[in-house]
Design a protein around this ligand. Structure first.
Ligand SMILES: *[C@@H]1O[C@H](CO)[C@@H](O)[C@H](O)[C@H]1NC(C)=O
Ligand SMILES: *[C@@H]1O[C@H](CO)[C@@H](O)[C@H](O)[C@H]1NC(C)=O
Length: 304
């Protein structure tokens, strides 16, 4: 069997993880390092499948016809190989720790051409960065934390490279936003059709969907009023309750009032956000936790 450099690197890297623990320690919320690694693996499988499908769907000529040269195409192939290496690395780390790794699911990416493929790639890389960042504080083992950090930095490089290719600001703001496990799962689950029933269940849940209206005039800027659609969430029984939109940031959320409109809520984009931004609906304006999130996150690309 042909051993790629990636395979060798994975073997060497995971050898150092074998003695790392406590992967299965019980916490009240069911989260431990084994769960976090499987959560990361869930996302890496999604990305890995996404790039393999996209590169099977579209040729170098298709990329050229869409305005992306051979260097760009070659780098997208490298991104795809990186995601495959991340899957291998996490799978081996979980096995070494005695935890069953999750397998690939089936997905619906809704990609129709090179442009939508790259737009989705950009969104996925950004969510990946925010996922690793948000999970960092929950990782108990410093060895795993460093390993996760080494993936995070590469996802951030992918994100800025693809954003630059799409003529978006490659690093739109000085800080990235951390997302919680359930917030990320809420976004990822929109692509997941079904998973193998042998996959170990993870203690995660998806919040009701929230999405920027497709009628939104682009680009979205600070001060614009946009509509966030909530197909799975209504105020029924909670009329009169104030609803807020919380824009997520590492320094804490910015709350703005969310005004009910047909099909969702109208929200004014606050100051201080640029690039791929995340907003959730909440029933209070002092905290964003799994208990206060009513729907979301929605992703809004904000131009500065
Ligand atoms: C690949 O093509 C299929 C069929 O058109 C489509 O459903 C899928 O979303 C595409 N996936 C990617 C990642 O391009
Ligand atoms: C937060 O809610 C309180 C009432 O519960 C209100 O007095 C305050 O103005 C609100 N702040 C914002 C930023 O909306």
């Amino acid at each position: 069997m042909f051993l790629s450099t990636a395979t060798v690197a994975i073997a060497a890297a995971t050898a150092g993880l074998v003695s790392a623990a406590p992967v299965t320690e019980k916490r009240a919320d069911g989260i431990n390092d084994g769960v976090i690694l499987n959560y990361a693996l869930t996302l890496e499988h999604l990305e890995d499948t996404f790039y393999r499908q996209g590169l099977a769907n579209f040729t170098e000529d298709d990329f050229k016809a869409a305005g992306f040269d051979e260097t760009f195409y070659g780098n997208v192939k490298k991104v795809s190989a990186d995601e495959t290496a991340h899957v291998g690395f996490l799978t081996e780390a979980l096995k070494a720790a005695g935890v069953a790794p999750v397998a690939e699911c089936t997905y619906n990416f809704g990609v129709t051409d090179v442009k939508t493929f790259l737009a989705t790639a950009s969104v996925l890389e950004g969510v990946g960065v925010s996922a690793y960042l948000g999970a960092a504080a929950d990782i108990m083992s410093k060895t795993y934390l460093t390993a996760a950090g080494s993936i995070l930095t590469v996802e951030a490089r992918h994100s800025s490279y693809i954003r630059a290719g799409l003529k978006q600001a490659p690093f739109a703001q000085p800080f990235d936003a951390p997302l919680s496990i359930n917030e990320v799962y809420s976004l990822a689950s929109q692509f997941i059709v079904s998973c193998p029933k042998e996959n170990p269940p993870l203690p995660v849940k998806a919040f009701p969907r929230l999405a920027l209206s497709p009628d939104t005039r682009m680009p979205v800027k600070t001060g614009d009023t946009v509509t966030l659609l909530t197909p799975d969430y209504t105020l029924k029984g909670a009329e009169g309750q104030k609803i807020y939109a919380a824009f997520i940031a590492v320094t804490g959320p910015t709350f703005v009032e969310a005004t009910p409109v047909q099909g969702g809520f109208s929200v004014k984009i606050p100051e201080g956000f640029a690039g791929q931004s995340y907003v959730v609906l909440t029933g209070c304006n002092d905290s964003v936790t799994d208990d206060t999130v009513a729907a979301g996150p929605a992703i809004i690309e904000i131009s500065s």
